[in-house]
Each structure stands twice: as C-alpha cells, then as structure tokens.
Design a protein around this ligand. Structure first.
Ligand code: DC
Length: 231
C-alpha cells in the first residue's frame, strides 16, 4: 500500500505558499501542483479571446469553450520545473503578468469554471503524493487531505515580496499597484460565493511574516514526518 499523503496548502496570495509547496514536494519526492496557475491559464485564454477585460466579462463564452480547453502540467526538460500548459503549450511565462493577476479573481469566482478545474485537480491527486497549493484545496478539493496548512502574512510584506519577484522578472510595475492588487484579490477570494478562501477547521495556521523560508520549510516538514511514519 502506498504511504503517500496529500498535503494541502491554502492561504492569501503571495504568502510563500508556492515556494514552500515546491520545497516540500522536492524533499518528499512528491508532485507539486499550483492550482492558482490553472485559474491564471484560464484567464490568459479569456484575455486572448477577448472574453474579459477591465470593463467586460462574457463568462458564458468562456464556459462554452471549456470542453475545448485543456489545462495540464508538464516538466520543462531544460529547467526540470513543472509548467502549466494550455492546450499543449506552456503559458507559464504569461500567467504572472499584472493583466492576468487583475482579472483572475473574476474568473475564479464562477462556479461553472471552478468545477472543471477541481476535476483536473482530483485527477492529479488521485495517486496521492502531491503537494497542492491554492485557496480551497483543504476545504473543497481535498477535504480529507492528511495534512492541511493555511499560510498568512501582512499585505505589506506580501506586496514587497511580490513586487521584488515581478521586478526581477522585468515587469514594469510599481509597489502600490502590487499592493492594491493583493488587497483587492484577498477581498474577492474571501467574499466570493463559490469556494471562498476559508481556514479549514483542521488546518494548521502559520504566519509567515517573521520566518525565513528555511525555518518555514522545517516547520511544515515537522508535521509531515510523524504522518509518514504512522502509515
Ligand atoms: O495563487 P495565485 O495567486 O496564483 O492564484 C491566482 C488566483 O486564482 C487567486 O486570485 C485566487 C484564485 N485561486 C482560486 O480561486 N482557487 C485556487 N485553488 C487557487 C487560486
């Protein structure tokens, strides 16, 4: 019998979820799934098709296209990193832009768009051995996950981290734009009707303000080890 588990990492944006999820997955030889990248890929598709902009959103057109939209993750042979693919093409480079970040919450608020994403997430986790991060992984996608974490940090610190990442990736952006986007996305993620961001009752809540990545990794890992030896 497999002794692999599912680890769900939820929380507000830019709390270090993906960085820490990747580290845990590497340490455990698990698969890392960035569920936010799936909503971002869908948003990128909708922008390209001109279904969504700052001023309009034709959600029905996007919903109608769902049977023809294929989202999955494949390893980049050069970097060894898993990248999100939209209809067979890596869109990893495009999905972190502010234009996608500003519109993704609108897409993620639609139940008929979340459902097919959750179906893919269930498939990806069907053999366990996954670390998946997002907003509803411990509450909706894998409510029976063996281990659930909820990460949070102040908006200012999260904006600082995100701003640095974007500047390092050559995005032309101001700190205030990043901060405003983070505040708005939190609000939208928490207040939406479908699968809002919530702390699962059995989640381990961790504040990431005053903790280094190494410390955070070790802290999370300390919860993993006892579970693996129990199996
Ligand atoms: O983690 P992220 O910032 O890349 O996620 C992008 C957006 O997708 C975020 O604003 C909320 C949404 N999201 C979601 O609704 N459910 C998830 N499981 C993951 C992300």
């Amino acid at each position: 019998m497999s002794n692999k588990i599912i680890i769900a990492i939820d929380g507000t944006s830019s709390t270090g979820k993906s960085t820490i999820a990747k580290r845990l997955a590497k340490r455990l030889n698990y698969v890392y799934i960035d569920s936010g990248a799936m909503y971002r890929a869908l948003t990128f598709y909708a922008i390209q098709k001109e279904y969504i902009s700052k001023t309009h959103f034709e959600s029905n057109k996007l919903i109608n296209d769902i049977p023809n939209i294929y989202i999955d993750f494949k390893q980049n042979k050069e970097t060894n990193k898993f990248e999100v693919h939209l209809n067979g093409v890596s869109v990893e480079k495009h999905i972190r832009s502010l234009s996608v970040s500003n519109l993704v919450s609108k897409i993620a608020s639609i139940g008929k768009l979340r459902k097919p994403m959750v179906k893919i997430q269930h498939f990806l986790g069907s053999n366990k051995g996954v670390v998946m991060d997002g907003r509803d992984i411990g509450t909706v996608v894998f409510p029976n996950a063996e281990l659930k974490f909820y990460l949070d940090a102040s908006s200012e610190l999260r904006a600082k981290r995100r701003f640095k990442e974007l500047v390092d990736a050559n995005h032309d952006i101001s700190y205030n734009e990043v901060l405003n986007n983070i505040i708005l996305r939190d609000k939208q993620d928490i207040s939406r009707k479908n699968s809002p961001l919530r702390v699962a009752s059995d989640s381990i809540v961790i504040k990431t303000d005053d903790i280094s990545l190494d410390q955070l990794e070790n802290k999370l890992f300390s919860y993993v080890t006892p579970l693996l030896s129990k199996k």
